[in-house]
Design a protein around this ligand. Structure first.
Ligand SMILES: [Zn+2]
Length: 137
């Protein structure tokens, strides 16, 4: 059964957790946010290389380097922002993944979502206690 939000649209958090379980969802979120960190790192290398190549180059090459610096800086800042956002979101949700009664971590199923997917009601698989996980997205 696919959980639906109160506006009839399936939410991404409930979808992601419902499909593969919380632990798989969390693992996937961490992998994707660290891919953005890698992209940010590569942009910094590209940025430093362009600055290094700037010295002693012809005017035309220097203009190309300035363009490359701007492109690398833009991609790097975007990737850093995306990395921090996805990491904070995953950590915020993981901090709410403990069952309030039995303390079991990450073993729950999605019951319902509301407020457009901002809140996901989940049920502990061990003791069937229900609680709400708030998504910062
Ligand atoms: Zn429990």
């Amino acid at each position: 059964m696919k959980p639906m939000s109160d506006d009839g649209l399936p939410s991404r958090l409930a979808d992601g957790i419902g499909r593969a379980g919380f632990r798989k969802w969390y693992e996937r979120e961490l992998l994707s946010c660290h891919a953005y960190m890698l992209l940010c790192f590569l942009s910094v290398i590209g940025l430093l290389s362009s600055i290094e190549a700037f010295r002693g180059a012809s005017t035309e090459d220097q203009l190309t380097n300035v363009l490359f610096v701007v492109v690398c800086a833009t991609i790097g800042l975007w990737a850093l922002r995306r990395y921090l956002y996805l990491l904070m979101r995953a950590e915020g949700i993981a901090n709410q993944a403990n069952c309030p009664d039995c303390g079991t971590y990450g073993r729950f199923s999605v019951v319902a979502t509301n407020h457009g997917g901002a809140e996901t009601q989940v049920c502990c698989r061990k003791c069937t206690r229900k609680w709400v996980i708030t998504d910062t997205e």
